[in-house]
Design a protein around this ligand. Structure first.
Ligand code: 5GP
Ligand code: MG
Length: 177
């Protein structure tokens, strides 16, 4: 992809690496949710591409909804209090909920979202993240399904942004300083 920054970048995960792992995650989830009433709740904007690929690797009918989350904090650092917008009004107790996000960093987002949906008494509640950056946890947390563990660098591409751009980069990259 053409870049509008002079920064050099390196590829951490190629399009092929990602597609292979997403297919595996889809197969595992299909097995685990056999006979269940799966509701995928995807966290915008970062997980829109991962969700689109993941659900097409799930072999049963699945309901898909989107919410937006943000954390109050400075710059690229996610910090502080979680805000959930576009709250869904659904009969959650009928569903096995799988929350899907692009990356877990401090885990403020995922733990907050899970707490919110736990209060709705779903049949079950699990989380799937493509990327896990465990070195930056603020609270102890591990997702039920994880694509890849990544180092503590700012990740870009495959849905993840750099400023307002690069969500359409096909590989997962990292800009070098
Ligand atoms: P957490 O609440 O776990 O700290 O962060 C979750 C959200 O912060 C992710 O859903 C993602 O939107 C954003 N985020 C965390 N790390 C990165 C990163 O390395 N790159 C990008 N582009 N976003 C990130
Ligand atoms: Mg996000």
């Amino acid at each position: 992809m053409k870049k509008n920054t002079e920064k050099k970048s390196e590829i951490l995960l190629t399009e092929e690496d990602i597609q292979k792992r997403v297919a595996e995650l889809g197969q595992t989830i299909s097995k685990d949710y056999e006979g269940k009433n799966l509701l995928v709740i995807s966290l915008l904007k970062g997980s829109f591409i991962f969700t689109a690929d993941l659900v097409r690797n799930i072999s049963m009918p699945v309901r898909i909804e989107f919410i937006t989350t943000s954390t109050y904090g400075a710059n690229e650092e996610s910090a502080g209090e979680l805000k959930i917008t576009d709250l869904l009004d659904l009969p959650f107790s009928e569903y096995d909920i799988l929350v899907v996000d692009d990356i877990t960093d401090t885990a403020i987002t995922m733990t907050g979202v899970l707490k919110h949906f736990a209060s709705k008494n779903p049949k079950s509640l699990k989380a799937c993240v493509l990327l896990d950056k465990p070195s930056r946890r603020k609270t102890e947390y591990t997702a039920d399904y994880i694509g890849f563990e990544v180092p503590n660098v700012f990740i870009v591409g495959y849905g993840l942004n750099y400023g307002h751009h690069y969500r359409n980069e096909k590989n997962i990259i990292h800009f070098l300083d």
